[in-house]
Design a protein around this ligand. Structure first.
Ligand code: ARG
Length: 277
């Protein structure tokens, strides 16, 4: 009887040690991940949301790195040190479906395509508009949202009252965006390129530029955050957003499969509705 008892005790002890050790190595893992600021933020945001039991049962296939530029509310922006927004949440839902851990890498908008081309990032998601020129460098998945380029001006501005007036104005844009591409094509337009959309908007509030051309949802967010700005009624260009992936990658089909399911079950719409009222 004593022998059995001590054997049981030994088993329990070994079990406890194994358990403690597993717990320990796990938290080391987390600490290592925490070294990269944006990554750990994205991961913890991801973890706290919708970890279903099904996901926990499946071992992860590894990480998928998403390249973005996180100054583009409501698609991607910082909440404290966490990157949140429509793109961040859709990307998380896609990765959950495919069995990957999502890591978000914040960078300049005009570095995203190069990062995806070179394999530094697995995909790019940044309210990115599908254009023929970009298609020469990367592949796009199916689209998941629509957008319109709009013109922000100071309230009561006489200088820019319509798109035609851009031809004799100084216009702020985010470098490398479609807004940048459109106004750069307008003869007589003086284009000021900024690395972030909010820097272009700041220049507008300071009277350094006469207008800013940017996507409608970030435009609304920037106008709400800055007094004395308004969006011109006349819409400028209609666009579709998609995820970019390296040319001829298997990931395109996998992401499209996940997107299809997430559209069908209403997940995409509910994420969009959460951020766009
Ligand atoms: N839709 C525009 C484009 O594709 C602007 C996107 C800017 N995105 C961002 N995350 N800063 O060029």
């Amino acid at each position: 009887m004593k022998k059995i008892l001590s054997a049981l005790l030994a088993c329990t002890l070994i079990g406890a040690m194994v358990f403690a050790f597993a717990g320990c190595s796990n938290s080391l893992d987390e600490a290592e991940k925490g070294e990269s600021k944006t990554n750990s933020a994205a991961n913890s945001a991801a973890k706290s949301t919708d970890k279903s039991t099904a996901d926990e049962a499946k071992p992860s296939k590894g990480e998928l790195h998403m390249a973005t530029n996180a100054f583009f509310p409501p698609y991607e922006y910082y909440e404290e040190d966490k990157i949140v927004g429509i793109d961040a949440e859709i990307a998380k839902a896609i990765c959950d479906k495919l069995g990957y851990d999502l890591v978000i890498d914040d960078m300049e908008f005009d570095s995203i395509i190069t990062a995806v081309q070179s394999g530094k990032a697995d995909f790019g998601m940044a309210g990115m508009t599908v254009t023929d020129e970009r298609k020469e460098a990367i592949d796009f998945t199916d689209t998941y949202a629509n957008a319109i380029q709009v013109i922000i001006v100071k309230e009561g501005s006489d200088k820019v009252k319509s798109a035609d007036d851009l031809a004799k104005a100084t216009v702020g844009v985010q470098l490398g965006t479609t807004g940048d591409i459109y106004v750069s094509d307008i003869k007589g337009c003086n284009v000021d390129q900024y690395s972030k959309g909010n820097d272009a908007v700041l220049a507008l509030t300071q009277g350094k530029v006469d207008a800013v051309v940017i996507d409608n949802e970030p435009a609304k967010a920037f106008v709400a955050a800055n007094e004395g700005l308004t969006i011109l009624e006349e819409p400028f260009e209609n666009e579709d957003y998609a995820i970019c992936v390296a040319k001829n990658s298997d990931l395109t089909g996998q992401i499209n499969g996940a997107l299809k399911e997430l559209k069908a079950d209403g997940t995409i719409q509910s994420i969009i509705d959460k951020y766009i009222k």
